[in-house]
Structure formats: structure tokens, C-alpha cells
Design a protein around this ligand. Structure first.
Ligand code: BTN
Length: 302
């Protein structure tokens, strides 16, 4: 009882019957998550920290130590959250999701791109179902509400020539932060569910919904039962389709109209020069252009 109270549970004593829960924790709580989650996602599947450097880093370490997969590392805060392309992920606020999922998929390395995209649309669907918002995915894996970023995915893996040996999928989702308190440029580029919905969200329930949907997504991916769903969900949540974009791939800049993804999960961009033969983007950063004229000053970076 003491531990539960410390975590934020409030109980009423009921005469001759014990206790009744009056309030559940507002911050991420391991005992609460264990109550809410169905069997396979509990106990040794959940590694929980009050604060850590990076949950992706912890997951890598635990994989290296031989821990059974799948497992999830969760933390209330991170001190060195990692983002894509070597960027930092703002993680000092307690009210957000910082989670890393660890797997040993043993599938060919080229399937990793599609898995990341599949995860992204699965999270969009989950957010939509849980909150009624209409999030969008910006290739490859930024999650946005309107034009503001609300979450991101960082996939890191240890591979050999034939297989993905270990894979860590890190998810950051702004749930209860107040982005107006963040420093520039974050405060103008990002938002949280709390801000979008104008009210505090139940971080534990949302975390459970995301964990459940991620495990379902992983099962579907391993059974190959996801391909049709990936295409239709990508079409539904794709922020870029039909819009003019500029992409940076290494030193090359590519401008044109985004046409969705191909069977490998690469972004298709029809350029003016070769509209019938779209460029296939493997990796990189994409920005939306405001107008049809592609001048650098038109660019709206998200
Ligand atoms: C991005 O750049 O959009 C991806 C951000 C991913 C952040 C998450 S937070 C949990 C996990 N641990 C990390 O250090 N990074 C990922």
C-alpha cells in the first residue's frame, strides 16, 4: 500500500470491505502498468526507470547481456535522449512517453525500413483510436498533429549480412508536456497531446495502448500479415502524399512531388526532370514546400 501510495494511488477505506481506489497515478507507474497490461507484457517484459540516460541505450545493453526478448524499457525521464540523425530528443519532462522495444527478429536487414514505417502507422492508428485526434506520419517516422511534431521513432539494430540480430525501436511521444515552456525552436515546432486536446491525458492508459499495439504490430510483421494494411494505413496517415517536398539525401538535394512509398518502404518523389521515373529515397530528411515553386525560402521545416 505504501509503495502504491507513493506512486500516486489514492485509496478510500471501506468499512468491512478493505480499500477502494479513488485516484490512479498521474505519472508513469510500474504497478499501475502491470495491472493494466495483459499477461505477456508484464513482469520480466518491463524494465522501468525513474530516470535514465536513454532507454534505447539500456535496451542495447540488456540485449548484449542476453536478456530474453521481447522486452520494453520505460523511463519517466531521460538525460541523453537520442533522436534520428544524431540529434538529441528532449526528455527532461516527466509527463511524456520514452519507451524502447527490444526484439531479435532474425529477418533480412532490408525489412527493417518497412518495420519502422509499419510501427509509425500503427502508432498513428493507436493515437487516433485513443484520443480522436487525426495524427499524420511524415516519412520515415515523424508523428505530427497538424504541422507540429508530437512524436518520433528511432530504430537501431545490430545486423550481419543476412539477418537483423537485435533491434531496438525507441518511441518518444509528447503526452503531458506544455510545449510553450520549451526553448526555441522546439516550442514552435512541437506539440503534445495535452496541448492538442486541451487537457491532461492518462499517461499510463496511453502507454498500455501503445505497448499493446506495438506487440500486435510486431506479430503481424513477423507473420507477414501486414503488407496490405501497411499500404492502406500509409495512404491514410501520409502527410506528404501529393505535396511538394525537398529531400536531403547525403549531399544531394531532391525536389518534387511526394507519391507515397514503394514496396521497400522508400519514399517516391517525382521530380520535374523525370516525372515518370520517380526518385526512390532510402533515408534522409524531408521538408514540405509551401508553394508549388521550389525555392529554398519557401521551405517549411517540420
Ligand atoms: C526522432 O528523432 O524523431 C526519434 C526520437 C526517438 C526518441 C525516443 S525516446 C525513447 C527512446 N530512447 C531514446 O534515446 N530515443 C528514443
Amino acid at each position: 500500500m505504501k509503495t502504491l501510495r507513493r506512486d500516486g494511488f489514492v485509496f478510500d477505506a471501506v468499512r468491512n470491505r478493505g480499500y477502494r481506489i479513488r485516484a490512479t497515478p498521474e505519472r508513469l507507474s510500474l504497478p499501475y502498468l502491470q495491472c493494466l497490461l495483459p499477461g505477456p507484457a508484464t513482469e520480466d517484459r518491463l524494465v522501468f526507470f525513474n530516470r535514465t540516460e536513454s532507454t534505447n541505450r539500456d535496451a542495447e545493453r540488456l540485449l548484449g547481456e542476453g536478456r530474453n526478448t521481447p522486452f520494453i524499457v520505460l523511463s519517466r525521464r531521460q538525460t541523453k535522449g537520442r533522436g534520428r540523425l544524431g540529434r538529441a530528443w528532449h526528455s527532461s519532462d516527466e509527463g511524456n512517453l520514452y519507451a524502447s522495444f527490444a526484439f531479435r527478429p532474425k529477418v533480412p536487414p532490408e525489412r527493417m525500413q518497412r518495420f519502422t514505417l509499419w510501427t509509425g502507422v500503427s502508432i498513428c492508428r493507436c493515437i487516433e483510436e485513443e484520443t480522436g485526434l487525426s495524427p499524420r506520419i511524415k516519412w520515415p517516422n515523424d508523428i505530427l498533429c497538424g504541422t507540429l511534431k508530437i512524436g518520433g521513432i528511432l530504430t537501431e539494430a545490430r545486423v550481419n549480412a543476412d539477418q537483423i540480430l537485435e533491434m531496438v525501436l525507441g518511441i518518444g511521444l509528447n503526452i503531458n508536456s506544455a510545449p510553450s515552456l520549451w526553448a526555441s525552436p522546439l516550442c514552435t515546432e512541437a506539440t503534445s497531446l495535452r496541448e492538442a486536446l486541451q487537457g491532461k491525458q492518462d499517461i499510463n492508459r496511453l502507454t498500455c495502448a501503445i505497448i499493446t499495439s506495438l506487440f500486435d504490430a510486431y506479430d503481424a510483421f513477423m507473420n507477414d500479415g501486414y503488407r496490405t494494411a501497411l499500404n492502406s494505413l500509409w495512404e491514410k496517415y501520409d502527410l506528404l502524399r501529393g505535396r511538394n517536398v525537398t529531400a536531403q539525401q547525403g549531399k544531394e538535394t531532391i525536389s518534387g512531388r511526394a507519391l507515397g512509398i514503394d514496396e521497400e518502404g522508400r519514399l517516391l518523389i517525382a521530380t520535374k526532370e523525370a516525372a515518370a521515373n520517380p526518385v526512390r529515397l532510402n533515408a534522409g530528411d524531408v521538408t514540405l514546400n509551401r508553394s508549388r515553386e521550389l525555392s529554398p525560402s519557401d521551405r517549411e521545416t517540420i
